[in-house]
Design a protein around this ligand. Structure first.
Ligand SMILES: CC(C)(COP(=O)(O)OP(=O)(O)OC[C@H]1O[C@@H](n2cnc3c(N)ncnc32)[C@H](O)[C@@H]1OP(=O)(O)O)[C@@H](O)C(=O)NCCC(=O)NCCS
Length: 181
């Protein structure tokens, strides 16, 4: 997508542009992430620097984390399919039906896909599911202070710094949240 200003009205409009990503099918898929992919992604220092410190690093713990995503009422995870490749996931953790809240987590493990708007696209695919299908009204994100990509991603999607959430965070991390409706 490219932003353009219409000369007559000064209105900002979006124009379709055939970027590399536009040529590929982007899907949220309920399954597909492999232990081998996550071993690579969760141990990649650049990916890892944005991840919560408790994220598993070895095959046994990654396998049990992947199993914990299935049939779990507190989680809703979708793998990100680009063309015929799984490149990461976006999901909800700690779904609390009573409080109508959850925490969003996103990992694009394949760094070739960073900075191309993929995070934004899948974020915009997940949020309507979280609100309309799962009935959630507050979504949190815990983000490392240095993770500018992630901070930009959530703030341009309506999230704001939240100093009252009560969620536990490591030093120099921050909580962002968005209230829907
Ligand atoms: C965080 C992450 C999901 C962002 O995905 P992405 O596809 O690269 O993000 P986008 O391309 O949609 O860009 C989102 C915003 O980040 C910023 N951004 C993009 N590329 C950037 C770059 N090279 N440098 C700095 N900021 C950049 C931009 O502000 C962009 O918004 P814009 O397109 O309106 O300018 C991805 O980098 C990732 O998976 N990182 C590792 C795991 C992680 O940190 N997860 C988040 C945990 S809270």
């Amino acid at each position: 997508m490219r932003l353009q200003v219409e000369m007559a009205s000064g209105k900002v409009v979006r124009e379709n542009e055939n970027t590399e990503l536009d040529k590929l099918l982007i899907q949220l898929l309920p399954e597909g992430g492999s232990v081998d992919d996550y071993l690579k992604w969760f141990n990649d220092p650049k990916v890892r620097s944005g991840l919560f410190p408790t994220t598993p690093t070895d095959a046994v713990n990654i396998e049990s984390w992947l199993s914990s995503l299935v049939d779990n009422p507190k989680k809703f995870y979708q793998f990100i399919g680009v063309g015929d490749k799984i490149v990461g996931h976006i999901g909800l953790n700690d779904i609390d039906q009573r409080a109508a809240s959850a925490e969003v987590g996103i990992v694009i493990g394949e760094k070739d896909f960073w900075g191309k708007g993929l995070g934004d696209r899948v974020f915009k695919m997940l949020m309507p599911i979280a609100t309309n299908q799962l009935g959630l009204s507050t979504i949190y994100a815990r983000i490392a202070g240095h993770n500018f990509r992630s901070i930009n991603l959530v703030t341009k999607n309506g999230f704001r710094l939240d100093k009252t959430s009560g969620l536990s965070i490591p030093e120099k991390w921050k909580v962002y949240s968005c209230k829907f409706k």
